[in-house]
Ligand binder design. Structure first.
Ligand SMILES: [Zn+2]
Length: 336
């Protein structure tokens, strides 16, 4: 594909008015990627905006800038369109997407940051002091759930990528590359409904952030009691769901520990972070209704259900327990 066409597609996308003109592929991803769009619009609904200003040195080290993002309700991003427009202008019609497969423009991680914003808002409300929350060990599981939500959103968005241009735009808008277990996750969505599968997936990513490597079958059963599937779960379905989610959440333990240590020690935690992280996140869902409802709301945002969780909880069978053919089929049918 010609670079001219990439730039033209970028400028011609964003029909819903959500796209940022100076972030490459932003409008395209809002148009084509349901998870990218849902997280973006959820962040905007919660009062978050975007800036090209370098807030508190954010661009130098985004991981250390999360508290600034949450305090200011503003997500920084860099203009990565101008450089490509200048490149194209030097030799119109010469460059193609293949010229930019290994050397890429500077990425923006707006999906990841917007997901953090949404999760923080749902867990702690608007007025809570951010540093106080991050410093408080009794809130640690909710803080880790924010990272898990960002990972879940990126995983599902990556699984929804179709075609070379979508893939290239996504690669400069996300940390996520691998989409392991994409096909079985899609098939399980078709069988059980999108909502319960996303619920177990989110719970899996929370478990991963508490240094677990997989879920147990009895934990999957306990999870499904909170967000029932469209059909009663057979033993085979429980085993498949456990296996697929455990595969999807795979990530280097060293990376998880190191990231948590750097981020949390900024707020007073000791360097021996493992002992703080090993929390029983699945059992906590049964113990703490507020925590559980927060995660259920986050799942509703991901599956695009505008109905508040409180209303859903009163229903016998939540609407999203029914299979949502488009997303699930695109995951189930795609090459993994
Ligand atoms: Zn993060």
């Amino acid at each position: 594909m010609k670079l001219a066409q990439v730039i033209e597609t970028h400028h011609g996308s964003g029909a819903a008015g959500l796209g940022l003109a100076r972030n490459l592929g932003d409008g395209f991803l809002c148009d084509k990627n349901p998870f990218f769009r849902r997280v973006r619009s959820a962040a905007q609904l919660r009062g978050y905006g975007f800036t090209q200003n370098d807030l508190a040195g954010y661009f130098g080290f985004p991981l250390l800038g999360l508290d600034t993002v949450l305090e200011t309700h503003t997500i920084p991003y860099r203009d990565n369109v101008a450089a490509l427009e200048r490149l194209e202008a030097t030799r119109p019609g010469f460059f193609t997407l293949a010229d930019l497969s290994l050397n890429r423009p500077t990425p923006n991680y707006l999906l990841h940051e917007a997901a953090h914003a949404v999760a923080f808002h749902e867990a702690f409300g608007q007025s809570q002091a951010v540093a106080e929350v991050f410093r408080d060990p009794t809130q640690l599981l909710r803080v880790l759930a924010g990272e898990a939500f960002a990972m879940t959103a990126e995983y599902l968005a990556a699984c929804s990528v179709t075609g070379a241009l979508h893939r290239w735009f996504f690669s400069i808008n996300s940390y996520r590359r691998r989409t392991q277990a994409r096909k079985p996750i899609g098939e399980l969505m078709l069988e059980l409904g999108e909502r319960p599968v996303v619920w177990v997936l989110l719970a899996g990513f929370v478990a991963s952030n508490t240094l677990r490597e997989s879920l147990k079958e009895r934990e999957v059963c306990a999870l499904i009691e909170h967000v029932p599937a469209a059909v009663p779960l057979s033993e085979r379905a429980i085993a498949s769901l456990r296996r697929a989610v455990s595969e999807a959440i795979k990530m280097s333990r060293e990376f998880r520990v190191d990231t948590a240590r750097l981020f949390l020690s900024k707020f007073g935690y000791s360097r021996r972070i493992e002992r703080h992280l090993t929390l029983d996140s699945v059992a906590e869902l049964a113990r703490d209704a507020h925590y559980r409802q927060t995660l259920v709301r986050l799942v509703d945002i991901l599956v695009g259900d505008p109905v508040p969780a409180a209303v859903n909880a009163r229903r016998q069978v939540p609407s999203r327990c029914r299979a949502r053919p488009r997303t699930a089929q695109s995951l189930a049918g795609a090459e993994s």
